[in-house]
Each structure stands twice: as C-alpha cells, then as structure tokens.
Unconditional design. Structure first.
Length: 209
C-alpha cells in the first residue's frame, strides 16, 4: 500500500489566468482530495472525498514515487473527466502518538470536524508566529457502544512548542480511520476530543471508510 505523506505546505506549479483574459470560466470547486504518484514520480490524477476521480490536464512530475498526498484542492472539472488545478493546500495527516513520550494537548482554534474520504477531518485555527507545530492523535479508550459495536475515543495531539501565539492561521488535519481499525464493524464509531481555546470539543462520527 502506498504511504500517505504528511504535508503542512506544498509548492507546486499552478495554472493561472490573467485579468486581461475575458473568457468565462466555470466555477472552481474546493474540496478535500487525495493525489497519487506513479513509479515514475508523476501525479496524473486525484480522487475527491465524494469519490470523483479526475485526470490532471497538466501532470506534476519529479515528486516522490508511489506515494499519496492529502490536499484541500481547488479545481475546475472538464466534461472529459479531466480537471485543471488552481490551488492546493497541504493537509496534515497525523500519526498515532499514544505511546509518544510527553503527550501534548495544547489548545487550538476549532472551526469544524467531519468524516469523509476515509478520514476524520478538522478545520483548525492554531495561533502562531510562523513556527512549527506538532500534530498527532492519542487513543484514549475503546468501549462497547449501545449499538453493539466499538467506539474509538481519540484526542487530538497538538504541541505548540516555542511558537508564540501571535495570530490565528488556517490548518486542516485528517486522521485516517484505517489507522484506528483495519476491519471496523457496521456499528463502530469514533469519538474525537479537541482541546480548543473556548473549551473541550467532542464530536462523534460513524466509522466509515
């Protein structure tokens, strides 16, 4: 299986249009997606959380071979199954930090959380001055729920580090649900806890892959 690479920032060449171009363009769609590279280190396609797959009008070359990337992607779809990408924002894909020494649960701005694409996704607003933050998740417990399935209780791991809380930035985090269980039952669920600046946030989701 290809390894999903962890990215906080990505620099790729985007297709743009000038203000002088009077051609009318279809509206740009922005959603979570996964891009994959082949054995030659070329990204030729991507799949959105809605399950729609597109071929890139302009493939990206010279990247890591046989890898996956998680992005918030802005694109315009063509009628022939291709898409032109106009923006990419790297999404943090955290690892299991349960056994890590010095677990950190520093507060973060919370906007929303939702399931999709085989992930538990979060839109967060950490306070920063441009420093490095560390992300992960902690397995708190595994219990039997009222539907007869298992509920995975997890907490967002966030280490502020030495980064001063100067201003709020936008960050997207996606926890892969198959890192919690490779064979979930139909009644299984996930309970996510996030320590926010306004208090503890808890969100529950069905365990969908």
């Amino acid at each position: 299986m290809k390894k999903l690479l962890i990215l906080t920032a990505v620099v790729l060449s985007f297709v743009g249009c000038s203000e002088e171009d009077e051609q009318t363009y279809p509206p740009m769609i922005t959603e979570m997606a996964v891009m994959s590279s082949d054995a030659s280190g070329t990204i030729r396609n991507f799949t959105t959380d809605a399950g729609n797959s597109y071929s890139l009008t302009t493939p990206y070359t010279g990247v890591t071979e046989n890898a996956l990337w998680r992005f918030l992607i802005g694109y315009v779809a063509d009628s022939d199954g291709r898409a032109t990408v106009y923006s990419l924002e790297g999404v943090v894909v955290p690892r299991d930090s349960t056994s890590r020494a010095g677990v950190a649960i520093d507060p973060v701005g919370f906007v929303s959380a939702w399931p999709g694409g085989g992930f538990v996704n979060m839109h967060l607003q950490p306070k920063t001055k441009g420093g490095v933050h560390t992300w992960g998740y902690v397995r708190d417990s595994l219990t039997t729920n009222t539907a007869g399935g298992s509920t995975h209780f997890i907490t967002l791991f966030h280490r502020q580090g030495n980064d001063p809380m100067a201003y709020s930035a936008e960050a997207y985090v996606s926890i892969p649900v198959d890192s919690l269980s490779e064979a979930p039952g139909a009644a299984d669920s996930i309970c996510l806890t996030v320590k926010s600046f306004s208090g503890t946030i808890r969100k529950s989701f069905a365990f969908s892959r």
